[in-house]
Design a binder for this molecule. Structure first.
Ligand code: C2E
Ligand code: CA
Ligand code: CA
Length: 690
């Protein structure tokens, strides 16, 4: 029980947390700056090597200068890539938003220009936090009509999107300047100062835990630990020098806790004991991408540069790795201090740079103690074991989470949850969602093997008896050859929010069928069913229009009433775009939704499809009255009418008395494969003539 609770809370819950959308945006965004980071870190390693090998000092400064310059633009790139990812989530033009986020960091750098320490400490944090706050604000502003400088597509879609970013961008920039200027009024932030006193060295265990834990905690939020608690690190460095002086003077060595101990034993491979993480990945992870990342960062990690893992995995804002990232350096610092205090390993007496390579640093800083090297190896092993379960948990989550649906050429990710941070009972909630996700995922997985195709149900006029059109209906065949009806799979696709992809696929197939018919000189108007998610999404809506445009008005769309209660503006525009390419708009399942009929004058619809339930009710006098009333109503509004679900001659006879109706039902035909429609149309023509 305790173990499952532990697992649930410490691995699964963290995994769930980590999959919130904005955190995912950060992780994916950070990945894009990896090449730059590697180039930058490469120069650092080169300069270190040049120094060790005794090359010209000018070359050393040149190389480290390149590293410093590249490092200084990393926050800009971070902001831009996170901004880009968030723009995708918020459906905003991506590059303009990314550039705005970059500009925000430039602004912050300028505002903080007189406070170099605050700038060094916070700039990366600002680079991460400002897109997280600003992109939602930009999205909100972008939806307000007053921020749109252009409303027409006259100038082209791209230009319109860009120009309409101007006001939201300016407003968020001004907000940023105000917020930062206000924050600078707080002396603590402007002159950020850590605890400076020497007595941190008097209680080494507490101070050691404090420094290592705070460093990890800060890095988790993207705050550069070393800068933030620079004074403490300075004291630690001085402790090494004092130890060295004591050794030279033949006095007892005083300070177990010092910069050398932290550098060699707590931060092995960089912050968080990253070398241990790296080894844990190489030894225990089966994820190809993580292993690749680990291999790429191995050389840098040996010089205690952990940026690649911090940004690449990442560790920043990734709850999944937070606990070991904090635990490993703390534990290693405590263990190392204990061992030094016992006298098994010499204390640090020689100051060496933080980037001195692993193993060599332990040897040099203890003035040549092999026991220190051994201790380092043991601590690497301890750290690796601590990282192990977390690395494994990541691997599992990544593997079980994604399903590729080949028909729709799209992927579905499980563990897609928003706002889980705010849940009241995290353990219970995690349990429930996990169960739900597991079933959802297994359904989607099942569907992913299905072969989807369309069938076409013909429609017949009550006046001429001719076939006037058809409705495309989706079917799916599983691997055993069993055919499934839409009810069985659409609910899962809808739950996975894949309906827009489905609709685009259906539209493509429908157009293909139209073209096939056209090749043999046959045409028949057709309708496809479109879900509301597609109708209210500009991106998918525009794709749909572009696809249907190829059918020159021969493929029309059916939408249900509930699709009309969403964003009225967007829906109306979409309807107008569809009609602009010659397609007609049908209201499906008319009379079964809960919407007010007022939409009929708000939206320029062409046809009404009366639901089967009205036809079924027709044998009852009241039901017959309702149906008659409904038909008159449509006639008065001058709307074309399709009656669905006519199964019997009696039902047909009832409908044949008035003005022209289009009948779709099993009385005439069930849905047919595409190549049988021509035959059906011919048969109807023969019957009508005869
Ligand atoms: P719908 O749009 O109302 O489609 C009409 C449904 O009534 C079809 O069921 C059709 O086979 C059935 N039907 C037609 N005539 C008769 C009849 O005389 N008697 C009876 N009992 N039923 C009749 P189907 O094909 O199972 O589709 C069910 C629903 O699935 C559709 O209802 C539609 O909401 C959805 N659907 C089907 N294909 C697609 C698609 O390609 N895209 C989307 N978004 N939804 C689809
Ligand atoms: Ca329909
Ligand atoms: Ca219907």
């Amino acid at each position: 029980m305790a173990q499952t609770l532990f697992k649930l809370f410490f691995t699964q819950r963290l995994a769930a947390l980590a999959s919130t959308e904005s955190l995912r945006a950060i992780r994916e965004g950070l990945l894009w700056i990896l090449p730059c980071l590697l180039v930058s870190a490469g120069f650092l390693v080169l300069s270190e090597c040049a120094q060790v090998l005794g090359f010209d000092p000018q070359l050393v400064t040149f190389l480290s200068g390149l590293h410093a310059k590249l490092s200084s633009v990393i926050p800009l790139l971070v902001a831009a890539s996170i901004g880009y990812m968030l723009a995708i989530q918020h459906r905003l033009p991506q590059l303009p938003v990314a550039f705005l986020c970059l500009a925000h960091v430039v602004i912050a750098t300028f505002v903080l220009r007189d406070h170099p320490r605050a700038a060094a400490t916070f700039i990366l944090f600002i680079a991460i936090a400002s897109p997280l706050l600003n992109v939602p604000i930009i999205a909100w502003l972008h939806r307000r009509r007053w921020t749109r400088l252009v409303n027409v597509d006259l100038v082209g879609h791209n230009l319109k999107g860009t120009i309409n970013m101007v006001l939201p961008g300016a407003i968020t920039a001004v907000i940023l300047v105000c917020v930062l200027s206000l924050l600078l009024q707080i002396p603590h932030i402007a002159q950020i100062e850590g605890p400076m006193a020497f007595d941190v060295l008097e209680s080494p265990y507490t101070s050691g835990m404090f420094v290592t834990a705070v460093n990890s905690l800060l890095w988790f939020f993207g705050i550069h630990g070393v800068y933030a608690i620079q004074p403490l690190f300075d004291v630690m460095e001085q402790a090494v020098a004092l130890n060295g002086a004591a050794l030279a003077a033949g006095e007892p060595i005083k300070y177990v806790l010092n910069g050398g101990l932290l550098g060699c034993f707590a931060f092995i491979g960089g912050s968080g004991g990253s070398l241990c993480l790296l080894l844990a990945i190489l030894l225990f992870s089966k994820s190809q991408s993580m292993r690749l990342l680990a291999v790429a960062s191995l050389p840098l990690s040996l010089f205690n540069v952990s940026e690649v893992l911090l940004f690449g995995l990442p560790i920043i804002l990734n709850p999944r790795l937070f606990i070991p990232f904090l635990l490993v350096p703390v534990l290693n610092a405590l263990l190392a201090m204990t061992v030094v205090q016992m006298g098994w390993v010499s204390p640090s007496v020689v100051s060496i740079p933080f980037t001195a390579p692993v193993l060599l640093n332990a040897y040099l800083s203890t003035h040549g103690d092999w026991a220190a090297v051994l201790l380092q190896v043991v601590l690497v092993a301890v750290g690796t074991l601590i990282y192990m379960p977390y690395v494994r948990a990541i691997h599992r989550a990544a593997e079980g989470g994604t399903v590729y649906l080949k028909s729709f050429d799209t992927t579905f990710r499980g563990l897609e949850e928003k706002g889980r941070l705010l849940e009241l009972d995290p353990v219970l909630a995690a349990h429930k969602t996990l169960a739900r996700q597991a079933s959802e995922l297994s359904h989607i997985q099942q569907i992913s093997d299905y072969e989807f195709y369309l069938e076409f149900q013909p429609q017949v006029s009550t006046v001429t008896g001719l076939c006037t059109g058809c409705e495309a209906l989706m079917r799916a065949r599983d691997t055993k050859g069993v055919v499934h009806s839409p009810w069985e799979f659409l609910q899962w696709l809808a739950q996975a929010r894949l309906m827009p992809d489905v609709d685009v696929w259906v539209a493509t197939q429908a157009v293909r069928q139209y073209q096939k018919w056209q090749k043999v000189g046959f045409t028949l108007p057709m309708t496809i069913n479109i879900s509301s998610a597609t109708l209210t999404s500009r991106v998918y809506g525009d794709r749909l229009v572009a696809i249907l445009a190829q059918a020159r008005g021969q493929v029309s769309v059916e939408i249900t009433e509930d699709a009309l209660v969403g964003d009225i503006q967007v829906t109306r525009q979409m309807i107008e775009k569809l009609q602009g390419i010659g397609a007609k708009v049908y209201i499906d399942d008319f009379g079964t939704g809960f919407s007010a009929l007022s939409y009929l004058h708000q939206f320029p619809v062409d046809f009404i499809k009366i639901d089967r339930s009205f036809v079924v009710a027709q044998h009852d006098p009241k039901g017959a009255q309702v149906l008659t009333g409904l038909l008159r109503f449509c006639e008065a509004l001058n709307l074309g009418v399709v009656v669905e679900g006519v199964e019997t001659a009696e039902q047909l006879a009832f409908l044949q008395s008035g003005s022209e109706l289009i009948i779709q039902g099993w009385y005439f035909s069930k849905a047919l494969p595409g190549d049988q429609l021509q035959g059906f149309v011919r048969d109807r023509a023969v019957k009508a003539a005869g």
